[in-house]
Design a protein around this ligand. Sequence first.
Ligand SMILES: NC(=O)c1ccc[n+]([C@@H]2O[C@H](COP(=O)([O-])OP(=O)(O)OC[C@H]3O[C@@H](n4cnc5c(N)ncnc54)[C@H](O)[C@@H]3O)[C@@H](O)[C@H]2O)c1
Ligand SMILES: N[C@@H](CCO)C(=O)O
Ligand code: NA
Length: 424
Amino acid sequence: MGTVGGGTFNVLQRNAAEIARRAGRGIEVAQIAARHVNPTCDLGSTPVTDDVFAVVNNPEIDIIVELIGGSGVAKEVVLQAIANGKHVVTANKALIAVHGNEIFQAAVEKGVMVAFEASVAGGIPIIKALREGLAANQIDWVAGIINGTGNFILTEMREKGRTFEDVLAEAQALGYAEADPTFDVEGIDAAHKLTILASIAFGIPLQFDRAYTEGITRLTTADVNYAEAFGYRIKHLGIARRTEKGAELRVHPTLIPAHRLLANVNGVMNAVMVNGDAVGSTLYYGAGAGAEPTASAVVADIIDVVRTLTTDPNNRVPHLAFQADLLSDLPVLPVEQVETAYYLRLQAQDRPGVLAKVATILSERGINIESIIQKEVEEQDGLVPIILLTHRVLEQHMNDAIAALEALDDIAGPVMRIRVEQLN
Ligand SMILES: NC(=O)c1ccc[n+]([C@@H]2O[C@H](COP(=O)([O-])OP(=O)(O)OC[C@H]3O[C@@H](n4cnc5c(N)ncnc54)[C@H](O)[C@@H]3O)[C@@H](O)[C@H]2O)c1
Ligand SMILES: N[C@@H](CCO)C(=O)O
Ligand code: NA
């Protein structure tokens, strides 16, 4: 009965009549396990226990809705529910991304469903869209803003000049952040969600440990402003792309052209772009976190499960969109094998010839400069910033170039690098 649990209870009560008309039968909250009753809920006579396994083992119950979070007791709850022949609905992306292969296998063996729409992009029905609406397509890439807390922080910093810590505290108070908010700001939560999206898009097993993850904590206002000067915005994106060599799976701050719709997704809103070979580019937008937006997805899953109760278990929509025995072994590429364009910001000594040395290091590694800004103003200690955009290059060549740049006497401190995507 936390944020999402309370929201789910309230939506189920408020919309009970509409939900029953859709599901074909009433849906009753038979029992709740909670440490504390959520003060937004009027429980009436609904029984509450503090023993979650009392619910999981209650023979009167058909569907267990797991809204605890994490991979501790939540994993036990889900596996025990499956073992007891109950269907499961969860919002827990950490659990699905890390233990989903095991959980789905157990569910298939027992002939039960595990539904997890709320786990990715909150209320946006992106799993439904990918798994069913786009089932005709070969999906080429998926790119999205899939952490509400992080996007809220970046938006408030950019638009109102607020500090990182101040906005994070507000996101926590609003119920957007994970129990451990480093999951939000270090990109772990987004990597959990991207792992799930990539599996459903490409038909590969869940491989969270292969995802490349970079957070937003190192971004500075200067980078945000320089990006704008080049006509870009910085967004924290999850990107999954199918290439001939394998699948890219990466979460990192990204410069995207300011006119793209994704660049204009602000606050706690999420958006996911999906590119399919038949449909082209499609975009899904909505609230990525919060009690009732997330409950919207949880309740939709409950309705889905209720409608499917009478379906032959062998004939249901597969958990990962593709038949469980037909997943592909397309490898997830190490990030060094990923090709992107780059934004680089260097702190250079204000002496002649520095720019030429920088250009030489880049060109020796086949890296073309697209545009460059060299600030006239000294910022500090005789240093002037050089900001440049490159054409696309393999990450391993860029790593090599950055190491060479950082070794120059004329360059002070680490080089700031942000990947650039055109998303077309
Ligand atoms: N908050 C959001 O906007 C959002 C959006 C999408 C998905 N999610 C996911 O939903 C899940 C829940 O998130 P939340 O924000 O509601 O978290 P929360 O911390 O508000 O709620 C979790 C609740 O679980 C309770 N709990 C913990 N252990 C328990 C136990 N053994 N028995 C009974 N209750 C127990 C806690 O007391 C708490 O009330 C997480 O997996 C989260 O990642 C959250
Ligand atoms: N902490 C998550 C909740 C939604 O999954 C977010 O901010 O996006
Ligand atoms: Na969703």
